[in-house]
Design a protein around this ligand. Structure first.
Ligand code: FE2
Length: 281
C-alpha cells in the first residue's frame, strides 16, 4: 500500500469567535480554506475564563454539520427546536444542521481548563435542506482500539482493529480518530484512496508519512494535509504525540459560504439569510 505523504503542513491561527472565545483555527483560514468535505477545524484550549466564558450565544447554521469533541470542561447546547444537551469530557456531538437551526453553545463552567474541538463538515446538495439531526455520544460509548504497541485510538467515526465508531449515517463516510502514540510507536491505517485526509497534532509532535516518501515532523498546533495513497503512517519519533485523524469522501460540488450558511449557490445563500431574518429557521 502506498503511504500518503504530507503535502502541506500548516500552523493553526489564533482567532476569536463567538462572544470573545479564543480559538486556534487549523482549517478554514486564508492559509488553508477547506479540504472537501471539511470546512473548518477549531481547537479551543483555555484555562482563563475571560477567554471562553462568553461562549457562542444564539447563532444559525444551514447546509452543514458541526462536530464538537470535548477533552476538558463542559459545554451546554440548546437550539430553537427544543433540542438541548450537555457535553462533558470525552463526549461528542455530531449535529447535522440541514435546513436550519439556531443554537447556543455555552461553557458550563466558571473556572478551570476548557478544551475541545469543533469540526465543520459539508453536506451534499441533496442533504442540505434535510431535517436537523443530532447524534450525541457519551464518552463511554466511544471505544478504544490498540492496533499496535503504544498506539491508542479513540474511535469516534470509522473502524480500526475491530472497533467501530458510534457515529453513523453520515454521507461523507467519515473517519474521526483521536490517536495517542507513546515514544517509538507506529500507527498505520488504510483509508479509501478517494477520501480527503488530514491530521491535526495537538500534543507533543509526530512524524507523518514515510515508506517511499520523505516523512515530516508535525508539531502540536499544526495540520498536515495528506496526499494520495492507500494508507496513513504516523510515528512518534522521540517524544509522545497525540493527533486527530480526519478523512472523508469529497463532495466535489460548488460551495457558496456565508459564515454558518454553507450552500451551493449564491441564490441559496441569499435565501438562507432571508429565511433566518424572517424567522423561518
Ligand atoms: Fe454552532
Amino acid at each position: 500500500m502506498r503511504i500518503r505523504q504530507p503535502i502541506r503542513v500548516v500552523p493553526a491561527q489564533s482567532v476569536q469567535d463567538g462572544a470573545g472565545v479564543q480559538i486556534q483555527r487549523a482549517l478554514g483560514t486564508r492559509a488553508i480554506e477547506d479540504l472537501d468535505p471539511f470546512l473548518m477545524l477549531d481547537e479551543f484550549k483555555n484555562d482563563d475564563p475571560d477567554n471562553y466564558s462568553g461562549g457562542f450565544p444564539d447563532h444559525p447554521h444551514r447546509g452543514m454539520e458541526t462536530v464538537t469533541y470535548m477533552l476538558a470542561g463542559a459545554m451546554r447546547h440548546a437550539d430553537n427546536q427544543g433540542n438541548a444537551g450537555r457535553l462533558r469530557p470525552g463526549d461528542v456531538q455530531w449535529m447535522t444542521a440541514g435546513r436550519g437551526i439556531i443554537h447556543s453553545e455555552m461553557p458550563e463552567q466558571e473556572e478551570g481548563l476548557m478544551w475541545g474541538f469543533q469540526l465543520w463538515v459539508n453536506l451534499a446538495a441533496a442533504k442540505k435542506m434535510m431535517r436537523p439531526r443530532y447524534q450525541e455520544i457519551k464518552a463511554d460509548e466511544i471505544h478504544t482500539a490498540t492496533p499496535a504497541p503504544g498506539v491508542t485510538v479513540k474511535v469516534i467515526a470509522g473502524s480500526i482493529a475491530g472497533v467501530d465508531g458510534p457515529i453513523n449515517g453520515i454521507e461523507v463516510d467519515p473517519t474521526y480518530f483521536d490517536v495517542s502514540l507513546e515514544p517509538g510507536a507506529v500507527f498505520e491505517h488504510a483509508l479509501p484512496a478517494d477520501h480527503s485526509a488530514f491530521i491535526y497534532a495537538f500534543e507533543g509532535e509526530v512524524t507523518v508519512g514515510g515508506g517511499e516518501g520523505a516523512p515530516r515532523t508535525v508539531a502540536r498546533g499544526n495540520l498536515a494535509v495528506l496526499g494520495n495513497g492507500e494508507a496513513v503512517k504516523v510515528t512518534a519519533a522521540g517524544a509522545a504525540g497525540r493527533f486527530l485523524l480526519l478523512a472523508g469522501k469529497p463532495l466535489r460540488e460548488p460551495v457558496a459560504k456565508y459564515g454558518p450558511f454553507v450552500m451551493n449557490t449564491r441564490e441559496q445563500i441569499i435565501q438562507a439569510v432571508d429565511d433566518f431574518r424572517n424567522g423561518r429557521f
